[in-house]
Design a protein around this ligand. Structure first.
Ligand code: TXA
Ligand code: MG
Length: 321
C-alpha cells in the first residue's frame, strides 16, 4: 500500500527517499514521482513504476539555483533565466559537471541534465530536507494524463510507490517549460508553465525543437502522450451526439457532459484545470453513453502554446506512443 503523507511529514518523506524508495510529491506544475537522483536503483524503480521507456531522461529537482549549478555547468543565459524564473515552472537542460554524481540512468545516458527549482513550499521543504537532487517525472503511467491532485496519483500508482506527499492541487497545472541551453542557441524542447514570450523577453529569440532533430534527445516529444482513454478531437466548432465537451469560453450547444476550462477564456485558469478536465471527462463519459471528447479551440499565445501542445499529443493516434 502507498502511504499518504501530509506537509507535516517532510522528514519521513525525505527518509524514505534516502532509503531508495519512491515518493510522489506535489509541485506547482504537476505531481512528480520522486527518487534519489544519485541512486541508480531508485531511479530504475521510477521507470518500472511508470512503465516508461528507459531512454526518456528525467528532470532533477533542487532546493535552489546554487545547489543545481553544482551538478550542471550554467551558461550566462542559464544564470539570467534562473535568477528571473526560479523557483518556477522552467527546466533548463545543461551539461553535467565532470564529476556529477547523478545516476547516468536519470539522464538516460545523455551528457546533459534537465534541472529545475519548483515553486511549491512543500516541495522546496522536501528538497531542503533531502539535501540532494530528486529525480521526478510526472507521477502518472507513461503516456497517460499527468496528475494534478494526490487522487490522480493514487488512481494510477497506488501500491507501486512507497508514499505520496499530498500538498493539494497544483496551481499551474501544466508541466514546466523545457529549454535546452546546452547548444549554441537556446531551443524550446517543451512549451510549459512559463510562456515562450516571457522567456524571449529576457534572452531574445528561441528556436523551436523540430521533432526530427530533437526527438531522440527529448522523448517527451513523443507524439502520443498525456492521453485519455477516450479519443480526443481538437478545434471542435460543433458537437456530435456521442461527444463530451471540453469547453473554453461560451460552450458549444448540445453537450450532455462538459468541463469548462475557463468561462472568461483565461489561459492560466485553463492550464490549471486542463489535466483535471481530461481525467474527469475520461472517467465520466462512459456512464453517460459518450465515447469521445471534443475540445474547443484555444489560442496559441502565452500559455495557450503549452495547452495546445498537450491537447495535440492527447489527440494523436495511439500507435505513435
Ligand atoms: O513540471 C515538470 O517538469 C514535472 C514536475 C514533476 O517537475 N516533471 C515532468 O517530468 O514533467 P517528465 O519526466 O514527465 O518530463 C521531462 C521532460 C521530458 O520531455 C524529457 O524528455 C525532457 O524533459 N528531458 C529531461 N532530461 C532531458 C535532457 N537531458 N535533454 C533533453 N530533454 C530532457
Ligand atoms: Mg510526463
Amino acid at each position: 500500500m502507498t502511504e499518504r503523507l501530509n506537509p507535516n511529514d517532510i522528514a519521513k518523506a525525505a527518509a524514505l527517499l534516502r532509503a531508495g524508495h519512491l515518493v510522489a510529491f506535489g509541485t506547482e506544475t504537476v505531481y512528480g514521482l520522486g527518487a534519489d537522483a544519485c541512486n541508480a536503483d531508485a531511479v530504475a524503480a521510477i521507470y518500472t513504476a511508470k512503465g516508461r521507456p528507459s531512454f526518456n531522461p528525467l528532470i532533477c529537482h533542487f532546493a535552489d539555483a546554487r545547489t543545481a549549478f553544482k551538478y550542471v555547468t550554467p551558461t550566462q543565459l542559464a544564470k539570467t533565466l534562473a535568477a528571473k524564473f526560479w523557483p518556477g515552472p522552467l527546466t533548463l537542460v545543461l551539461p553535467r559537471t565532470p564529476n556529477c554524481p547523478v545516476s547516468l540512468l536519470a539522464g538516460a545516458g545523455l551528457p546533459t541534465l534537465a534541472v529545475r527549482v519548483p515553486a511549491q513550499a512543500t516541495a522546496l521543504q522536501l528538497l531542503k530536507h533531502f539535501g540532494g537532487p530528486i529525480a521526478a517525472p510526472s507521477a502518472n503511467r507513461s503516456g497517460r494524463i499527468s496528475p494534478t491532485t494526490a487522487q490522480h496519483v493514487l488512481a494510477a500508482l497506488n501500491g507501486r510507490i512507497a508514499a505520496i506527499l499530498d500538498s493539494g492541487p497544483c496551481a499551474v497545472g501544466l508541466e514546466s517549460t523545457v529549454l535546452d541551453l546546452s547548444g549554441p542557441t537556446p531551443v524550446l524542447l517543451r512549451p510549459g508553465g512559463i510562456s515562450l514570450e516571457a522567456l524571449e523577453a529576457e534572452i531574445g529569440p528561441i528556436q523551436h525543437a523540430t521533432t526530427a532533430l530533437h526527438a531522440p534527445a527529448s522523448p517527451g516529444m513523443l507524439l502520443s502522450h498525456y492521453a485519455p482513454t477516450l479519443p480526443l478531437r481538437l478545434n471542435a466548432t460543433s458537437l456530435a451526439a456521442d461527444e463530451a465537451l471540453l469547453a473554453f469560453g461560451p460552450p458549444l450547444p448540445g453537450a450532455n457532459l462538459l468541463f469548462q476550462l475557463s468561462a472568461t477564456k483565461n489561459l492560466a485558469e485553463a492550464s490549471a484545470r486542463l489535466f483535471e478536465a481530461l481525467h474527469l471527462l475520461d472517467a465520466q463519459s462512459p456512464a453517460q453513453g459518450l465515447a469521445r471528447i471534443a475540445a474547443m479551440p484555444i489560442p496559441l499565445t502565452g500559455l495557450g502554446l503549452a495547452i495546445n501542445d498537450r491537447l495535440t499529443r492527447a489527440a494523436a493516434p495511439r500507435d505513435k506512443m
